[in-house]
Ligand binder design. Structure first.
Ligand code: SF4
Length: 379
């Protein structure tokens, strides 16, 4: 049986690199305050999409950013038109867009719904005015409530993103954030601990002592509270940072965690096709210049060896709470999981961070607190 790795991708990602301004903790590929480049971006995107040669059928389509909904209505309409021109949505499809509460006008919501978008992931992060300001988000609590109410009129599937481990945040405060989020009845929640990425203003401020990072213990307690409180409210944790009501797991992201192939377009976008990983130039201006100048927008292209592919499949698969099934792993990678990683499995099982349930392995509740080192140990 041919590995699903070599099947045509059934998922596509389009990166939209625009935001009103750059939040202090963000190191994503984006241009802040350069809406004047949206036309060139769309032209470059169209050029890059033409490399598909013909429209492709996908099960999931995902607009990420940046803030896709920051685009002006005419540019958003053009983006949607391009996506629909090059991707045929299979029955039962999932079409997601990342959005921010600020500037989410009814006109944009209508365009999105008319184009078939059926899942919206809203960057809420916090309901606290002081913390929103600290994060340099350009929305306030009232805009979150208004955006969620209007989203719910058109979209059944609404996910909220939250950030925890913010300076001076207490455990009670975080639990209150969770409670407020649950009260809004989302279908899905993603929770991330604040990270300090090199090159961001938060990183330099922390280096200078202007921001004090929360202790690891408190951050762990907050993560534990998210797992407990969301489970108690009917959310299934299906990935290290992701929780869903039954039937609302993000299918697009599951493609990544299952190490299945996907298309990627736009600056900084990654793709995985025929066992080859590629990523585009992260600088939006470089990517636009190259693509419109008739050159490739690709910055990195790497053919993975079968073993490298298999090890990556372990690392990605362990992010999923359901873990990795030995039989599926063999079909996907051609490797026997135990031939490849018996020693590491034994060690992690003994440490209580991995559970071997016979048909496969999965990360334990305890292991989720140390997800990164556990996964790295399999590389
Ligand atoms: S809105 Fe999101 S993508 Fe844009 S700068 Fe802020 S964190 Fe980054």
């Amino acid at each position: 049986m041919t590995s699903p790795v070599f099947a045509p991708p059934r998922a596509a990602y389009l990166h939209v690199p625009f935001c009103a301004h750059r939040c202090g903790y963000c190191d994503f590929t984006l241009l802040a305050g350069r809406d004047d480049l949206a036309g060139d971006y769309l032209q470059a995107l169209e050029t890059e999409l033409r490399s598909l040669e013909r429209p492709r059928e996908v099960d999931t389509l995902f607009f990420g950013g940046g803030t896709p909904t920051h685009l002006a209505p005419d540019h958003l309409a053009r983006l949607l038109e391009l996506a629909r021109e090059w991707f045929r949505l299979a029955p039962g499809y999932e079409f997601s867009v990342e959005a921010n509460p600020a500037g989410l006008t009814d006109e944009k919501l209508r365009l999105m719904a008319d184009a078939g978008i059926n899942r919206v992931s809203l960057g809420v992060q916090s309901f606290d005015e002081g913390l929103l300001k600290f994060l340099e988000r350009d929305h306030r609590e009232a805009e979150i409530l208004d955006a969620v109410a209007r989203l719910r009129e058109r979209f059944e599937n609404v996910s909220l993103d939250l950030i925890f481990a913010l300076p001076d945040q207490t455990l009670d405060h975080w639990r209150e954030t969770l409670r407020r989020a649950i009260e809004l009845r989302p279908t899905h929640l993603s929770t991330y601990g604040l990270t300090f990425e090199k090159g961001t203003s938060f990183w330099s401020r922390r280096e200078k002592g202007a921001i004090e990072q929360l202790s690891n213990e408190l951050e762990r307690d907050m993560y534990a509270a998210a797992m407990d409180d969301l489970a108690a409210s009917g959310f299934e944790q299906y990935e290290i940072s992701n929780f869903a009501r039954p039937g609302f797991r993000c299918r697009h992201n599951q493609t990544y965690w299952r190490a299945l192939p996907y298309f990627g377009f736009g600056p900084g976008a990654a793709r995985y096709i025929d066992g080859r990983r590629e990523s585009n130039h992260r600088s939006t201006t470089t990517w636009i210049k190259r693509v419109l100048g008739g050159q490739s927008g690709i910055a990195m292209s790497e053919e993975l060896t079968p073993e490298h592919r298999a090890r990556e499949a372990i690392v990605l698969g362990l992010r999923q709470v359901d873990g990795i099934r030995r039989e599926e792993f063999r079909t996907l990678t051609g490797f026997d999981l135990d031939d490849l990683a018996k020693e590491t499995i034994t060690r992690e099982v003994a440490a209580g961070r991995i559970e071997d349930f016979g048909d496969g392995i999965r990360i334990t509740h305890q292991g989720r607190f140390f997800a990164d080192p556990v996964m790295i140990s399999f590389l």
